[in-house]
Write a protein that binds this ligand. Sequence first.
Ligand SMILES: NC(=O)c1ccc[n+]([C@@H]2O[C@H](COP(=O)([O-])OP(=O)(O)OC[C@H]3O[C@@H](n4cnc5c(N)ncnc54)[C@H](OP(=O)(O)O)[C@@H]3O)[C@@H](O)[C@H]2O)c1
Length: 251
Amino acid sequence: MKRKVLVTGATSGFGKAIAEKFAASGDNIIITGRRQDRLQTLAENLSSSYGVEVLPLSFDVMDKTGVFENISGIPESWRPIDILINNAGLALGRDLFEDASLEDWETMIDTNLKGLMYVTKAALPLLNAEGAHIFNMGSIAGKEVYEKGNGYCATKHAVDAISKAMRIDLLSKGIRVTAIHPGAADTEFSKVRFKGNEAMAASVYAGYEPLLAENIADIVHYCAGLPQHVCINDLVVTCTAQANSFYLHRK
Ligand SMILES: NC(=O)c1ccc[n+]([C@@H]2O[C@H](COP(=O)([O-])OP(=O)(O)OC[C@H]3O[C@@H](n4cnc5c(N)ncnc54)[C@H](OP(=O)(O)O)[C@@H]3O)[C@@H](O)[C@H]2O)c1
């Protein structure tokens, strides 16, 4: 049966790979992000490659009004939504607490935490009452705090907490909540974190084989395919070269 899947942050990285994975298995996908041109191209590629329906919705998850308008405006034919994947997020900067920028902190909090909460709250009335599944993209930074990770680690610890809270509060609705906490993965993440500095971004992934977006997409797809009475609550996923936030074996 074709499912209806909403994935935020589908213009690159995990979100794009997740959209592709679900489309390849025949599901219809609502893809979101701020970069409209990328959404349009992805929508055309997915529908022509896999014969599925794709609804591109361009909005900023930090914009509360925009989130509620876009999600409440999802056409009837796209409801109910079976799977919500809260993936949009970012890190900005890697500085000691005293040097970190207030604007970077605010953007990370507004995107990674408040954006995820707005999207979920807006989408709840549209979710399948027979059993929907919510995925929240956390991070290994939400499990362990590392030096110069202050603001980002705080937002991802909050994603860990809100995922636990959702799982409790949504229990009576039969909604599964899965939090995924990846380690280092080669996406546009570091390019964004280091504000376009390609050399710094590349150095993050030097000397070992990092996770790829497709690896996370496979895991999300697997979790979503389990029987309705089974929920993988929490997953920490690293590449084999990474033990945790502190130990990474580079050749
Ligand atoms: N890569 C890693 O090492 C890693 C590890 C652990 C966790 N994560 C988490 O995984 C998630 C996806 O990251 P990624 O690695 O795939 O990075 P990415 O390639 O930079 O993708 C991030 C996605 O989030 C979207 N996004 C960012 N800010 C947004 C906003 N204000 N409104 C709407 N969409 C927004 C971006 O779309 P637009 O720019 O088009 O809006 C983009 O599609 C994030 O939550 C990140 O924190 C990443």
